[in-house]
Design a binder for this molecule. Sequence first.
Ligand code: ARG
Length: 442
Amino acid sequence: MKLWGGRFNKDTNELMKRFNNSFYVDKRLYKQDIRGSIAHVKMLGRVNILRKDEVDKIINGLEEIMMEIEDGRLKLEGDFEDIHSFVESKLLERIGDVAKKLHTSRSRNDQVAVDMKMFVKDEISAVISKIDVLIECLKKKGKENEYLMPGFTHLQPAQVITFRYHLMAYVEMLKRDKKRLLNALSLLDESPLGSCALAGTTNDIDRDFTSNELGFRCPTKNYLDSVSDRDYLIEILSAFSIIMMHLSRLSEEIIIWCTPQFRFVTLSDEYSTGSSLMPQKKNPDSLELIRGKTGRVYGSLINILTILKALPLAYNKDMQEDKECFFDSLDTVNICIEVMIGVVETMKVNKEEMLKSIDKGYINATEVTDYLVKKGVPFRDAHEIVGRIVLYCEEKGRAIEKLDLDELKSFSEKIEEDLYEYIDYSNILKKGNKKYILMEVE
Ligand code: ARG
């Protein structure tokens, strides 16, 4: 069944049909499409465009189609242009000619717009719940493993922190990711249904009713904008891209941490794979895939941005291309968050290895400068003095705290016995504003 045969003499070319059809992608919108149609028909009844018996027939038919799809009796397959023509033609098969009244005062332009917004609303709350699980999982892992660890800048040992504090940095990122998604959801929460093709309708329909029925805050204001707007997909994809960027940074860190050179963590066998040639290998493929799949999501964002660039108002078929990459990104983000939860939950944190690594790299040097400043040495001078101490330590192959007091005093008379206590790694985090590193901050 075609939704637009009247003004055509010739059939669509087979290649053009394959090129044009979007059913294989947008069948994923069947639930939203049927829900949208039910609300639309209810409204048509309320404003007396359809009779009550017609409304009941159509709604029963639509509900039956929904049930049959859900329980597998009705397969989402066949030669259909899109999900909208699939549902309408199945309705016609079931209830006869009255089905032809369903599309009164509606266009596929406002229909697909409302379907897609409903789909995004339905799916994003699930993504947010997954982010919440990952947040809890990082917090728990951190709490169970509150060990001292070197913090890095330039991937060079910098200052002492804790493993928990490092994970808590990702908790902050994920909290912002949630807010970005919630903000996008709030902006998109206006119903385009009833905008019709681009200019509304001469029939007296009730857009407040359908908006309310479908759970939107209010109807959209401008019909042209309503059918042309895909900002919300761009916003969600940009939030997705940032989520993936965060997951990919965490992936990269864990990949580094589980090398034999670091050994800060041991990945579970469950989330690792082996080599077909080298028997000793255990590779962090789970994390490499998260890192790699980040590219797909960035790609989708650029894809939609480019589709919409310079696109004149109102609807253009270019916009049909929004769905495939959006669905792909949604699935990618979902599985990547889930895999990250699994990886973090099952990885073992190696306290001893982290402690050993603290001794490499003079990561209490900055605290020696703090000490000297406390003793009245100007910071720049203190920096210079400690730089020389580090050079000396490097030559001797010893840590700063392993030098004896006479050696230390040769660099500055201000250094006394109490320096050792001051720069002891287990004391450093109890001082100054570093105390917050050990605190539970929400
Ligand atoms: N499959 C189309 C899409 O996803 C539905 C809207 C079609 N509208 C039209 N005027 N051909 O964009």
